[in-house]
Design a protein around this ligand. Structure first.
Ligand code: SF4
Length: 183
């Protein structure tokens, strides 16, 4: 019987959620027995080579490339899971949502304390290869349909493990208090 196929990506995130996936420690050996990885920073496969069963999404959408990648995941994965607060609510990157994009760019490149002395020509980066920043950071479910949400910053390794096992075995997903509490 073929193994379920998993893909993962990091959009506007810090890779902490991917670190939490790796934090399942030696259970990663069990996971590799259970599933096959496709497009993911974990195996460095850059593009989908086949349709996948589960897509794990870290981070929300802060630029047009994030939107493109997220839609690509929706098109290639039967189940999409928002992993962590950035994917679910925008997280830390969404702290800019109350500030106009122009002001954010000016602070980042022109007038911020770490750049004002360096960027003396007052150049704003502009190149067709640089993704276009969006007016705000969007949680994933505002861009595509998301099937499951794993809360936390990051979700604990145990939560990710239990959710993955439920998804690949078809069991009902149980998220007991001990697994999702943060105190
Ligand atoms: S939810 Fe937390 S750990 Fe995950 S990408 Fe966002 S900031 Fe990083």
């Amino acid at each position: 019987m073929s193994k379920p196929i998993i893909a993962t990506t990091s959009l506007a995130g810090c890779f902490g959620c991917h670190m939490s996936i790796l934090d399942i420690d030696e259970k990663i050996l069990d996971l590799i027995e259970l599933v096959e990885f496709n497009k993911s920073p974990i195996d460095d496969i850059k593009t989908f080579t086949k349709k996948c069963d589960i897509g794990l999404i870290e981070g929300g959408c802060c630029n047009d490339e994030n939107v493109h990648v997220l839609k690509d995941f929706r098109a290639n994965c039967k189940i999409l899971v928002s992993v962590g607060e950035c994917a679910i609510m925008g997280g830390l990157p969404a702290m800019r949502n109350g500030i106009p994009v122009k002001e954010c760019l000016q602070e980042a490149y022109l007038f911020g304390p770490t750049v004002s002395d360096v960027n003396t020509d007052k150049i704003l980066p502009k190149d067709e290869d640089i993704p276009i920043i969006l007016d705000r950071v969007y949680p994933c479910h505002e861009v595509v349909k998301i099937d499951y949400f794993l809360p936390g910053c990051p979700p604990s390794a145990e939560l990710i493990w239990q959710a993955l096992i439920a998804l690949v075995t078809g069991d009902k997903m149980k998220l007991p208090y001990e697994v999702i509490k943060y105190d």
